[in-house]
Design a protein around this ligand. Sequence first.
Ligand SMILES: *Cc1c(COP(=O)(O)O)cnc(C)c1O
Length: 394
Amino acid sequence: MTESYDDWDLATRAIRAGHNRTAEGEHSEPIFTTSSFVFQSAAEAAARFSGDEPGNIYSRFTNPTVACFEERLAALEGGESCVATSSGMAAILATCMALLKSGDHIVSSRSIFGTTNVLFNKFLAKMGIETSYVALSNLADWEAAIRPNTRILYAETPSNPITEVGDIRALADLAHSHGLLLVVDNCFCTPVLQQPLALGADIVIHSATKYLDGQGRCVGGAVVGDKKWVGEEVFGFLRSAGVTMSPFNAWVFLKGLETLQLRMNAHSENALALALWLEQLDKVERVHYPGLKSHPQYELATRQQRSAGGIVSFVVKGGREQAWKVIDATRMLSITANLGDTKTTITHPASTTHGRLTDEEKQSAGIEEGLIRMSVGLEAIDDIKHDLASGLVD
Ligand SMILES: *Cc1c(COP(=O)(O)O)cnc(C)c1O
């Protein structure tokens, strides 16, 4: 953060942090669509390149619109530095490339975003970086998996799709007692619902594609943390590798951040209402939602998160056949794997997002054949229920 926003509440930071108004006096943040920047003199150019003087050089690694987004997100997460990236996956890759080297080891929660699994198991493995997977909510499992060459603990909470919740403070304490860094993918909660850095995490990762945009328009990501690991190391990777966010996308995400708190509260409210309704239907076997008293980590979720978020999943009786029937009976809901949109989405994880897992992996991740995942949007809750009822209520 170039400025301190300590006096401002989250809602104010989301709307005003990061914008250094230009001489034109613009009210809304401008989009700087320029690849390079001009210097006053050869000496100024030299000072910028050497890092002796701050300022813009080239939009692969310095752009005012992107910088505005970075400063605003850093202010929301309570981090010293933020690096915006071309996607959420690019944020994860940049973090791994900055923190890890050949021979290092990652301990990760088992139910992480599917493509993160592929990145770890296929590409990092090829570079000699090994990953062990553990149950997110089982601290003893995490501790037992730590080896002398372990470098980071990697967690996603709540997990996708069954919304298991991990104790960020306990994981941070465990990481630090072994000299490790804790990396948390905060995509599902956003800083509105949970601030991992304040709970002791070292690095926060975002897929801005989801709730930060919130309206399903752009792909982007970000890494937030301290000056050393993020401001220098992750930034250094971005500068060399070019996994850069475009100024236009940064502007869309800035506009998204301005309504983030309102949207997250509304997502949580709709999702809780839907989860409570689902829980009392005969055709529903089980509902996974951290805001339900029946959730195994309800107490922890209530303590750690401001509300339970927009992702609800549930198991219907009758396996895949019945789950597909419920999905196909809807008329309004979007059958798509994306999440974090104003539009409610519905997915069958076992045959889509988690279709590449083996039966054994599906079982340990709780991906049953009857499981349906919903990203609850901001339509009227009665309309969402009505659409789902076609296949769920006789
Ligand atoms: C979507 C997602 C990602 C990857 O982000 P992209 O922007 O699609 O690259 C990473 N983590 C989680 C939890 C996600 O939902």
